[in-house]
Write a protein that binds this ligand. Structure first.
Ligand code: DP6
Length: 417
């Protein structure tokens, strides 16, 4: 990319990129440094495919801009948020460093310009997926393209939201907690690419939530202050679990992967309950999903399905391609959906009836409308540049093209940092 060279320095730079959501299978919960966002344990996640879930961000610079500005889903937001400021400051610092160290010819005009940023998600906030991870990953990736910054940027994304550092890579990603006080060694690394385990499938079961749960930032603060179980988890459980999880991923050992995933989710929610006052993210639908998964696996005499829950009631299910249809029939039976509306969004799953034996073996009382819909997806790639200029979210005047909500993949756009 050519940026800021003298011959085109008057030209406005406009770049659009997309970034993925990730779901942790070894959870991050607790910081040792609130400002730099340094965690008390390492974590590991799977990057979800952007065909189903992504943030899109456009950044442009111009010497005519008076100030940095940000629009989320067409609505202007306060750019003075400290975490947004950390990301902007870091990228500008790295761009300046690069110009000074390596490329003195690189014109600095663009660096002194203000930026306009516009960002949208293609999934509803109600999906309970950490939109801040995709949001900050996309912001940092796009800013880096605009200012010509290269190399690992997970340490910058981390300063927007901890889990965002893992959205800087596709496939299976670890966030190494690091030990330095300046956070330079607290970065994300890809363990295996998205092509590594093509049979692995992911279902997001969107529970119809009644209220907004406690945010992760404040929730984990209280946990660090009050939970001995969290300290034990971070010091004595996660280090060994990271080794085992990486091994399970490398060997595509679904049984080991699934059991570690469920145990880690359960321990994370146990630390939330051990927090004082306790934090309860799971609801009756979540508990029903947990029961369903264990009874399903018991019926088949093997671990075919795993669940994991973040800071909300929605389950994320991992299974293998050959079990997707059978398990989704069980979900549809025990959570009968509304008749109107699409129950399965994303990668198609045919509809069929659950077998009598499975229905009897599971033997739970159905919970009508407990799950609003399922997003069917798989592991996917990291952030990408969008080449098609018609996809820019900002017009040539540097203002958002659309201020209305869009529809994409049947999922309403929404954004939250
Ligand atoms: C439960 O990354 O949202 O999803 O660093 O304060 O922005 P901040 O928190 P955030 O926490 C995510 C917590 C989690 C587990 C995980 O993704 O590892």
């Amino acid at each position: 990319m050519q940026i800021g060279h003298k011959d085109n320095m008057e030209k406005a730079h406009m770049i659009t990129c997309t970034a993925p959501v990730n779901i942790a299978v070894v959870k991050y919960w607790g910081k040792r440094d609130e400002d730099l966002i340094l965690p008390i344990n390492s974590s590991l996640s799977v990057t979800l495919h952007q065909d189903q879930l992504k943030t899109t961000t456009t950044v442009t610079t111009s010497k005519s801009f008076q100030e940095d500005r940000l629009w989320l889903n067409g609505k202007e937001e306060d750019i003075s948020h400290p975490r947004l400021q950390s990301c902007l400051r870091e990228i500008r610092r790295l761009a300046r460093k690069r110009r000074n160290d390596a490329d003195p010819d690189l014109d600095s005009t663009c660096l002194s310009h203000k930026v306009h940023i516009c960002s949208v998600n293609n999934f509803p906030t109600a999906a309970g997926l950490a939109s801040s991870a995709a949001g900050f990953a996309c912001l940092v990736y796009t800013l880096a393209q605009v200012f010509g910054v290269e190399g690992d940027l997970s340490g910058v994304a981390r300063q927007g939201s901890g889990s965002a550092c893992r959205s800087m890579y596709g496939g299976f990603v670890k966030w190494i907690m690091g030990h330095q006080s300046d956070g330079k060694d607290s970065i994300a690394q890809q363990v295996e690419p998205e092509t590594h385990w093509p049979e692995l499938r992911i279902l997001v079961l969107v529970a119809s939530a009644e209220r907004k749960p406690v945010g992760s930032t404040s929730g984990m603060q209280t946990s660090v202050q009050t939970s001995f179980l969290l300290k034990h988890r971070a010091e004595s459980v996660v280090p060994g679990r990271m080794v085992e999880m990486i091994e399970a991923v490398r060997r595509k050992n679904f049984t080991a992967f699934a059991e570690l995933t469920m145990k880690d989710s359960n321990q994370f929610h146990a630390t939330c309950l051990d927090t004082y006052p306790p934090i309860l993210y799971l609801n009756s639908v979540s508990h029903q999903v947990i029961n369903l998964v264990h009874r399903y696996n018991r019926h088949y005499g093997e671990t075919r399905v795993a669940y994991t829950f973040d800071a909300g009631p929605n389950a994320v299910i991992f299974t293998l391609q050959q079990h997707v249809l059978d398990f989704s029939q069980a979900v549809r039976h025990f959570f009968p959906p509304e008749t109107n509306g699409q129950f399965i969004k994303g990668l198609p799953i045919p509809q069929a009836d659950i077998s009598v034996e499975l229905k009897q073996a599971i033997g739970l009382e159905p919970m009508p409308k407990g799950i609003s819909y399922i997003i069917s997806t798989k592991a996917g790639p990291g952030p990408c540049v969008v080449k098609d200029p018609t996809q820019h979210l900002l017009g040539p005047d540097g203002l958002p093209k659309h201020s209305e909500k869009h529809q994409d993949n049947g999922l309403e756009h929404n954004i939250g940092f």
